[in-house]
Write a protein that binds this ligand. Structure first.
Ligand code: C2O
Ligand code: CU
Ligand code: CU
Length: 478
């Protein structure tokens, strides 16, 4: 039995403890819900291919005591299972859509061929199954999957369609980091939502102002629960953080402002842990952090969101430490940033009124153009290395996400020293605050993974209301 298998077994016990069946009456908190931990899905081997069979479905989920809210989920009432992938394996993620309407399912951060990317070009009609089949080519990281249906990504994600993907490799297995899923290695999908007044449905109805500035709900949730409690061991706790919101930038901090270490960014480990007291994530970005709770037995702590004055999670440190995981001083060696041979500029903007999907028909643009699924904006080839400068001349925040590959952030406002330490890893989404510009180096690996004009990759703002209203383009890799 390898370490991960042991972990999977022991997490069954943990799931029981976490499900609110507190065995020790003295530590049970009334009225607070245990942090839901999405099931860890390891797939089933069939003919040398690891299959994940996932059902996208309509459901109800209890956010509020005694109230069932209508939601969507993937093998779950709300959100989806966490998929565990291993570098080098062939996998097939089989999505069966039982919803009354078509959707798609995209692997955000995944380096897969265009036709396996799960964008608008690979719709999943109701009552059909679509499979994303590929070889896991990339190293350990925390990715996620979510719909990418043209014009409906925002509302489909809002209903609950999103899940995490954990990729393991030899590096992640050899590091002595906390890795007991649900015990000292926890996924946290961070979101915010509005509810209808009877709380029986999620309220997705952004005004023009909210489309522009961000559709930020009044209720902040972690893994689909409102201010849940996690019972932690008094040791190191690893948190895999995903900003799974539609369009809210989160700044995270612990209630006592304690320091923690970021160990990984969107697409993998940083070279060394980066010590920090607060962390900002824009929609779609991930960070793995490790916080030391070894001196905290018997006390509690909260994970706060400081831009909006909210609490995402309460940590109750009420278990003795049962491992000796430690924080390595060195995590991995990143590829040197390759030398670009070309520079392109992408200016984010608005194109006035038009056929936008939400918020009264506002149109968002990149280089003056709104998304057209029949238009290819950039044609790249295997091995290409380019500088992309993303310019946000607007008074509102944006970010920029690229499918198919990762990139490196090399400057902010033309200043290389303004790139923070925790951005110096493999990224697929970068935050671009109002009136800022960011330079990234995009490298297309020379490994046969391509995307043709019928199944191109996308690049877009990951503020989903902006994306759905046109701030997206397409590129091919030949
Ligand atoms: Cu997370 Cu194109 O998406
Ligand atoms: Cu993506
Ligand atoms: Cu945007």
């Amino acid at each position: 039995m390898n370490r991960r298998e042991f972990i999977a077994l022991s997490s069954i016990g943990a799931a029981y403890l976490l499900s609110g069946c507190a065995q020790d009456g003295a530590t049970a908190t009334t009225g607070s819900k245990a942090l839901p931990i999405p099931a860890l899905e390891k797939g089933v081997m069939r003919n040398g291919v690891r299959h994940f069979d996932l059902t996208i479905k309509a459901a109800t989920h209890s956010f509020f005591d005694g109230i069932q809210t209508t939601t969507w989920g993937i093998n779950a009432d709300y959100l989806g299972s966490t998929l565990l992938l291993r570098k080098g394996e062939e996998v097939s993620i089989n999505y069966t859509n039982t919803l009354p309407e078509a959707t798609t399912m995209h692997g955000h951060g995944m380096h897969v061929p265009g036709k396996m990317d799960g964008t608008a070009h690979q719709p999943i009609a109701p009552q059909t199954t679509w499979s994303s089949r590929f070889k896991v080519m990339q190293g350990a990281c925390t990715n996620w999957y979510h719909p990418h249906y043209l014009g409906k990504t925002a509302s489909h994600v809002y209903q609950g369609l999103a899940g995490m993907i954990i990729i393991e490799d030899n590096v992640s297995r050899s590091l002595d980091l906390p890795n007991r899923y649900g015990i000292d290695d926890i996924p946290l999908v961070l979101q915010d939502r509005f509810f209808s007044s009877d709380k029986r449905s999620l309220l997705y109805d952004p005004s023009r102002m909210q489309v522009m500035r961000g559709y930020t709900g009044n209720t902040f949730i972690a893994n689909g629960a409102i201010e849940p409690v996690f019972d932690a061991e008094a040791g190191l706790l690893r948190m895999r953080l995903l900003n799974g919101s539609n369009s809210t930038v989160y700044t995270l901090q612990f209630s006592d402002s304690r320091a923690f270490d970021q160990i990984a960014t969107d697409n993998g480990f940083l070279e060394t842990p980066v010590r920090m007291n607060s962390l900002t994530l824009s929609p779609g970005e991930r960070a793995e952090i490790v916080v030391d709770l070894s001196g905290d037995l018997g006390s509690s702590l909260a994970l706060l969101e400081t831009r909006h004055g909210k609490t995402f999670l309460h940590l109750r440190i009420n278990k003795e430490q049962t491992t000796t995981a430690s924080l390595p001083t060195s995590l991995t060696a990143l590829d040197p940033i390759p030398t670009p041979t070309k520079t392109r500029t992408f200016t984010l903007g608005m194109g006035g009124m038009g056929n936008g999907m939400q918020g009264g028909g506002m149109k968002f643009t990149i280089n003056g153009k709104s998304m057209d699924p029949k238009r290819i904006d950039v044609a790249l080839s295997q091995g290409d290395v380019e500088t992309w400068e993303i310019i946000n001349p607007m008074m509102v925040d944006h970010n920029f996400h690229i499918h198919g590959t990762h990139f490196r952030v090399v400057s902010r406002n033309d200043d290389p020293s303004a790139v923070s330490e925790n951005e110096k890893g493999y990224k697929d989404t970068v935050y671009i605050p109002a009136n800022e510009r960011v330079k990234i180096v995009v490298a297309i690996p020379n490994d046969g993974i391509t995307a043709d004009s019928a199944n191109p990759y996308m690049f877009h703002c990951h503020f989903l209301e902006h994306e759905d209203n046109g701030m997206m383009g397409q590129y091919t890799v030949s």
